[in-house]
Design a protein around this ligand. Sequence first.
Ligand code: SAM
Length: 265
Amino acid sequence: MARKPIKARKRFGQNFLQDDMVIADIISAIDPKEDQHIIEIGPGHGALTALLLRKAGQLDVIEIDRDLVPKLKSKFKQFQQLVVHEADALAFDFTSLAKNSEKLRVIGNLPYNITTPLLFHLLSQSQCIDDMCFMLQREVVERICAQPGSKTYGRLSIMIQYQCEASQLFIVPPEAFEPQPKVESAIVYLRPLQKQDADGITISDLNTVVTKAFSQRRKTISNTLKNMMSQTVLQSLNIDLQQRPETLSIEQYIAITRAWSATNK
Ligand code: SAM
């Protein structure tokens, strides 16, 4: 039987999941357990929420659309383990949900317009996060998971993979949503690494170096970084400086950042 068309707000990036097979696949990829505390960003009408409630211990959902919040509360009122927060996930303090140093699992079919800032907001609080599983635009997932040498490898790949283990799980076609987005989506799995200090650099310094390196993708590293660092320092790193930015590994960017931070501070 055809479903009723759903009212969707473009400004909140609303594309609601309506394919039961895809919903089941996402839940089995997340594999929620009774002793876990799960946070869902953007529950919408509760397509994922309903199945999560059957399996998860504690579930907190964060929804910005104030018209959806009362609907969610009433639809799931019998579930004691559910807390509905009417809030903007971009400004949300996730650490406040992690009680007794527990680690959270964060999931969601994310609004495409806030994906990158939201990932960085979450990673800034990664000390309380065990893992994350998100539906994003396929192109963004490919950029996140890209390896050096590929066309999609860039700032996003390096900044996310520096902080997380990242893998693409599966692709979801536009027909799985109502309304249908113009592009394909994909599921990405992220597990924060919690190891940054060992490299002796800050995320902000790495970001400065990588942003500069990729500011002119077609130029060599030597050319792009010449105003930022002395050639002598760069040459001391044993990196082929005639390479283009997309061929350097994350370890090489860490080495460049370490040298830049040391000479710049
Ligand atoms: N999870 C539902 C599903 O799969 O059908 C809805 C997914 S829809 C792509 C994104 C959801 O995120 C919408 O419910 C939207 O209102 C909500 N949203 C958008 N921006 C948000 C924000 N900044 N904070 C929290 N929720 C947000």
